[in-house]
Design a protein around this ligand. Structure first.
Ligand code: SAM
Length: 294
């Protein structure tokens, strides 16, 4: 880098700015990942909002910050947002941190950011580690296009639907999962995606026992049959790369009719044929109904 470039990237406005909400990334395991900028800001803002004051109190102790903490979590969002806005209105500066990683990524943040923006306050991110992108970039799976699923829904019917969508997704998919549910998730993925689908599971990223588990769903299942899942996991699943069959419209429709004759529901049959052939479910469905109308 030449001197002019180096000069350019160090041109920063003084922080914290009054009336500004800062979204601050904190380490996901390794304390060394707290950036100097985050450390400096967490020593200077008027107030820090965090998920768990005891947990974040430990971090502040390490960085010798005396800034007061208030809790901000999914159970007190509404009342806290108005308190925080009041401070911003009075030109105070607030930092939002979560227990680990980037606030707003499967952690509280989104609602506060929206409210701050709606009330014309500046929102600035001090970037930091995020388990999803950290796992993605070490997975070796395509990262040019990817999507983030976070945790799967708890309700069985919605979870089933989401898993189906995941199995059809063509981009790489990043999923968060707790250790006691990971084996069940792998079994479900094996049925829907096939046991050969590429996967990389990042365990304990940035920590002492960090490791990657993969390469296929089958291998990951075998690994957990021998090793009890412990720690934190981020799953990176390869997208669905099955080539679509090239068939004519009438062949696609006869496939559809065959499935229905075999007892499949028309909705399911249309989706399956759409998946296999590239004709849209809507088109297949419309043809089906035209035929039924006659
Ligand atoms: N906001 C966080 C972020 O930016 O990554 C994510 C918070 S979410 C509540 C916690 C989940 O993230 C964990 O259950 C796990 O799936 C994933 N995670 C967090 N830290 C991790 C780590 N060190 N290694 C692997 N996965 C991790």
């Amino acid at each position: 880098m030449d001197l002019i470039d180096a000069h350019k990237i160090t041109q920063t406005r003084p922080e914290p700015r009054p009336g500004t909400l800062y979204i601050v990334g904190t380490p996901i395991g390794n304390l060394g990942d707290l950036s100097p900028r985050a450390k400096s800001l967490l020593n200077k803002v008027s107030l820090i909002a965090c998920e768990d004051t005891r947990r974040s109190g430990q971090l502040l102790k390490i960085i010798e910050s005396k800034v007061p903490l208030i809790s901000y979590h999914k159970h007190n969002l509404k009342s806290r947002i108005s308190e925080i806005l009041e401070i911003l209105d009075k030109n105070g500066s607030i930092a939002l941190i979560s227990d680990a990683g980037l606030p707003g990524i499967n952690d509280p943040g989104e609602e506060l950011v929206r409210s701050a923006r709606l009330n014309n306050h500046e929102v600035i991110c001090i970037p930091g580690p995020c388990a999803a992108t950290t796992a993605l970039v070490i997975s070796g799976l395509p990262s040019e296009r990817f999507c983030f699923e976070g945790f799967l829904p708890k309700k069985q019917s919605i979870r089933k639907e989401r898993l189906k969508e995941i199995s059809e997704e063509r981009r790489t998919i990043v999923i968060y999962e707790s250790p006691h549910k990971i084996q069940k998730l792998l079994e479900d993925l094996s049925i829907l995606c096939g046991k050969e689908r590429p996967i990389q599971i990042a365990r304990e990223l940035t920590k002492r026992y960090e490791e990657s588990i993969g390469e296929t769903i089958e291998q990951a299942i075998e690994y957990f049959n021998k090793n009890k899942p412990k720690g934190e996991f981020t799953i990176v699943l390869g997208g669905n790369n099955k080539k679509k069959e090239k068939i004519t419209e009438s062949e696609a429709l006869s496939k559809l009719n065959k499935l229905i004759k075999q007892g499949e529901k028309s909705n399911f049959a249309a989706r399956k044929v759409a998946e296999e052939t590239g004709y849209t479910k809507k088109w297949l469905y419309s043809k089906l109904h035209k035929k039924l109308d006659k």
